[in-house]
Design a protein around this ligand. Structure first.
Ligand code: SF4
Length: 371
């Protein structure tokens, strides 16, 4: 497969697979070369991009990526930051386990790996939050290794080009896909890995692949009018409608000095590790006035003082990947005599200025910004 791309005169890698040969000219002309992580071989910056892109769209991640690198430009800066600083900067990006894992991984890189991303697939995968495809992508781009990736885009392209059928997430299919990924990936792998991701993101779209402008049409077994059908659809509309609804009430407790009570969410579960208004109700059905009265008693016990509860504010919506939370705010006034006791030890009063610098879920941040 060695040779030169006739369109651009570009030398092809000696052992390019059939996909790579067709993909490179297209990538040269159409790839997303403006992305900042395409212009670095810094292992930290590449790893950070991979972590952010695991569950976030490129457009959303870009701004976070730049701000993160500005504040934590290297492993050592991230490793020496507090978790609160990291979560504050991650706030709004979602899937907060990624931020906690990234923080932990940076500490391990400093203590166990001499401040460099581990240089083998096996050792890289020992870092929290680093799976095989993430590890491979960093190793290929930072160290020039021939490592195949299998992110959602690469997976979709390979599945279609090779005309696979069935459930692409089934363990047997996974094995086949990794084998194909390895078989198609040239050495060096960096450009190919970028190119197949870009093809998946720009042309081989999940719902309506643009086969007529695809450089792989001549070899693709999924392009015979069935491409959109052989790979499971990922549709935002109907999926959103199928998401179950949950209802929540957050308590907005403020003291006489305008401080707000926030508590840290447990690490497991949604908004893990973030600071949040206390959630006093979370069910699949709307709360009744009796529910709220009962909760008000619990709140009184919890804060060791009778709260002057106000009227419940109207419901708002926050969409999670697996459910929709309709939530309301119950404002409450805290008498001055509050003593922070054991059962409040995971929460405290914050001045509003301080609270806005914490890692907060985006709907809670919006509420505090409106105060
Ligand atoms: S021809 Fe169509 S289905 Fe095949 S890789 Fe290209 S866009 Fe995807």
């Amino acid at each position: 497969m060695a040779g030169t791309d006739p369109a651009l005169g570009r030398a092809m890698p000696a052992d390019s697979g059939s996909i790579a040969v067709r993909l490179f000219p297209w990538y040269t002309r159409n790839g997303r070369h403006h992305l900042p992580w395409r212009h670095t071989d810094d292992d930290y910056a590449l790893w950070l991009a991979e972590i952010m892109l695991q569950q976030t769209r490129v457009e959303t991640a870009l701004d976070y990526y730049r701000r993160f690198l500005e504040k934590f430009p290297a492993w050592k800066n991230l490793a020496s930051a507090s978790l609160d600083e990291v979560l504050a900067l991650w706030s709004g990006l979602g899937y907060y386990a990624r931020a906690r894992n990234a923080h932990m991984a940076s500490k391990l890189v400093i203590t166990d790996w001499n401040g460099l991303f581990p240089d083998t697939l096996e050792s890289a995968m020992l870092l929290p939050g680093v799976g095989r495809s993430t590890a491979a992508a960093v190793l290929a781009s930072a160290y020039g290794q021939s490592q195949a990736i299998l992110d959602a885009n690469a997976r979709r392209v390979l599945f279609r080009v090779h005309g696979l059928q069935g459930n692409p997430r089934a363990p047997a299919q996974e094995k086949t896909l990794w084998r194909l990924a390895e078989q198609e990936t040239p050495n060096p792998a960096h450009d190919y890995n970028q190119a197949i991701q870009d093809l998946g993101a720009l042309v081989c779209l999940s719902r309506r692949p643009k086969c007529t402008v695809c450089p792989l049409m001549g070899i693709c077994r999924g392009s015979q009018g069935t491409a959109g059908k052989i790979f499971p659809q990922v549709s935002s509309g109907p999926e959103k409608q199928r998401r179950p609804k949950r209802y929540g009430i957050f308590l907005l407790v403020m003291d006489g000095k305008g401080k707000v009570f926030l508590e840290r969410r447990p690490e497991q579960g949604v908004w893990g590790g973030l600071w949040c208004l206390p959630m006093i109700y979370e069910e699949a059905i709307l709360p009744t006035p009796e529910d709220l009265a009962e909760r008000a008693d619990l709140i009184a016990q919890r804060f060791g003082a009778v709260l002057g509860a106000g009227e419940i504010l109207s419901f708002r919506q926050h969409v999670f990947s697996h459910f929709i939370l309709e939530f309301a705010i119950l404002p409450a006034f805290l008498p001055a005599e509050l003593q922070v006791s054991d059962h409040l030890s995971h929460g405290r009063l914050w001045a509003l200025g301080e609270a806005r610098d914490l890692g907060l879920p985006s709907p809670i941040r919006r509420i505090l910004e409106g105060l």
